[in-house]
Design a protein around this ligand. Structure first.
Ligand SMILES: [Zn+2]
Length: 527
């Protein structure tokens, strides 16, 4: 299997994405994860550009990476000056990296309008900078910025810049699709030309996603002979992002027969993607190919029944190959397969009671009409099935609920909730404050129930989402509240819908607690 080298630039190009800001600690954590995953090169930043990156290289050196080489990024020397006096190049040398990635211009337009220098001086800048770093014992990857646009404008010149880099001692010539507008067939044709010019000399690809083709362009370039692929985890990066390594790696490895990381590490790809999202504090894109939450989620009943018989009918790879998993969603589009796949949430054996399936499906359909959604609300779905089958027994009865919000002249807001309810025939009245109305409701409800059901101490609220929904013309807009709760062993979602946000939140809160109590009851029975 031919080896493809990966250069991850999440910490440099990825950090240039809107809304992304890594602290020094974040960068170190990501570098450690990339090393553990087996990425060949980790581009850590520009040692010369800011103190944080400088500090990163200092700290990263202590980490003793097992699999990856740390790469310092920078540009070619300034025009009309000497490489050995160039501040940026010296910062790379002083950072202690063994590998540098240096970018230079391949497009005449950039040479004349951005650098404002002559084509000849640009070539000297490339060649001097690489020779200088080589003289300091540093391995150099040369990034030919705007290579594809440059090639279209003047291919002789663009190729001449590469030749200068090769002659000066670069170990790899990476063709950068900097503006991200190229399409795969254009990339393929241009890489083929360059490959003919440079024979076996190692080429790389660095693509941006402005035309939505960064992954396709990278794969096309590999097909034409590039052996180094640059990209970022989750496609983070400037504008529309960089080529997404989380899509490129499985495509290269599972579909094209190349090797980039070990099979043992490939199954950690989903985990790596989510870890980087978490550190970047970016909500994961559920539709991400391969690693997204929905990448193997099946909703339509026909798909579900087919995929449970034969996964290849609607899955292009096995989700476990990259550490993701299949999800069967419950919705009005569900069939028997969707319902029976949720057997852990059901209190009925659907195989033995086929009529229960149609009861459950019609309950789901009715509730979806009202604006409920069960795709992420396993807890509410489980309760709904019991309600539909006449098996539901409430754990308490609400008598009254009051909520007050008071804003003081000093800006303080006091939120208080009082609840009267009956549990096992006993009346209970509690009052509790909270950081907001939902928190106050939650506190009062727990306070009232804890004495009867101590197991609810174990529940914590993990997420709370509100969404406005419009169920039809002529009616007031409704809101859907989604709550994610967790205990020591699992997490579950619950949903509430109403024109009143407090009522919607109450429904979701009550479901969250009742689901937990039902689960504990079931566990006790099993024991
Ligand atoms: Zn870039």
């Amino acid at each position: 299997m031919k080896k493809i080298f990966l250069l991850d630039t999440t910490l440099r190009d990825g950090a240039q994405g809107a809304g992304i800001s890594f602290s020094l600690q974040d960068k170190l954590k990501i570098a450690k994860a990339l090393d553990g995953f087996g990425i060949a090169y980790i581009e850590g930043g520009w040692p010369g550009s800011n103190p944080k990156d400088e500090l990163f290289f200092k700290e990263a050196k202590k980490m003793l990476l097992k699999n990856s080489k740390l790469v310092g990024f920078g540009s070619t020397r300034r025009k009309d000056s000497k490489a050995q006096n160039d501040k940026n190049l010296l910062a790379i040398v002083n950072s202690g990296v063994k590998t540098a990635c240096i970018f230079g211009k391949s497009w005449r337009l950039h040479v004349s309008s951005a650098l404002r220098t002559s084509p000849e001086e640009n070539i000297r800048m490339i060649s001097d900078s690489i020779s200088f770093l080589r003289s300091k014992g540093i391995e150099v990857i040369y990034d030919a910025e705007h290579f594809f646009d440059g090639f279209k404008n003047d291919k002789e010149y663009a190729v001449a810049t590469l030749a200068a880099a090769q002659k000066a001692g670069a170990v790899n010539l990476t063709l950068c699709e900097t503006n991200g507008g190229m399409l795969p067939f254009e990339v393929q044709e241009i890489v083929r030309y360059v490959k003919r010019e440079f024979g076996d000399f190692p080429l790389g690809i660095h693509a941006h996603n402005d035309s939505g083709c960064a992954v396709g362009n990278s794969l096309a370039a590999v097909k034409e002979g590039c052996s180094l692929v640059q990209g970022t985890i989750n496609g983070f990066g400037e504008r529309c992002g960089n080529a997404n390594l989380c899509s490129i790696i499985p495509a290269l490895q599972l579909r094209m027969g190349y090797s980039c990381v070990s099979e043992k590490n490939l199954v950690k790809l989903t985990e790596l993607s989510r870890y980087v999202y978490e550190i970047a504090n970016v909500v994961p894109n559920d539709k991400d190919s391969y690693v997204g939450l929905n990448a193997f989620a099946h909703k339509a009943g026909i798909h579900v029944s087919a995929v449970s018989r034969e996964s290849r009918t609607y899955e292009h790879i096995r989700p476990s190959q990259i550490g993701n998993e299949r999800r069967i969603l419950i919705s009005e589009l569900s069939g028997k397969g969707n319902i029976s796949s949720k057997s852990d949430l059901l209190y009925v054996d659907v195989e033995k009671n086929p009529e229960s399936v149609s009861k459950i499906i019609s309950a789901v359909k009715k509730m979806e009409q009202e604006g409920y959604q069960y795709e992420d609300a396993d807890g509410s779905f489980s309760l709904l099935t019991n309600k539909a089958l006449g098996k539901y027994k409430p754990f308490f009865e609400l008598e009254t609920l009051k909520l007050s919000v008071e804003k003081k002249s000093n800006g303080n807001i006091i939120t208080e909730s009082s609840i009267k309810l009956k549990v096992k025939g006993v009346q209970e009245h509690t009052v509790a404050e909270g950081d907001g109305p939902v928190n106050a409701l939650d506190n009062a409800l727990r306070k009232a129930l804890q004495k009867f059901y101590p197991e609810i101490k174990d529940i914590s609220l993990a997420d709370f989402k509100v969404r406005a929904i419009n169920t039809g013309a002529g009616t007031a807009a409704k809101v859907r509240v989604f709550i994610e709760s967790k205990d020591h062993s699992s997490s579950w979602g619950t949903v509430g819908v109403s024109e009143n946000i407090i009522e919607a939140s109450w429904q979701a809160l009550v479901d969250a607690i009742e689901y937990k109590l039902m689960k504990e009851q079931k566990n006790r029975k099993i024991k």
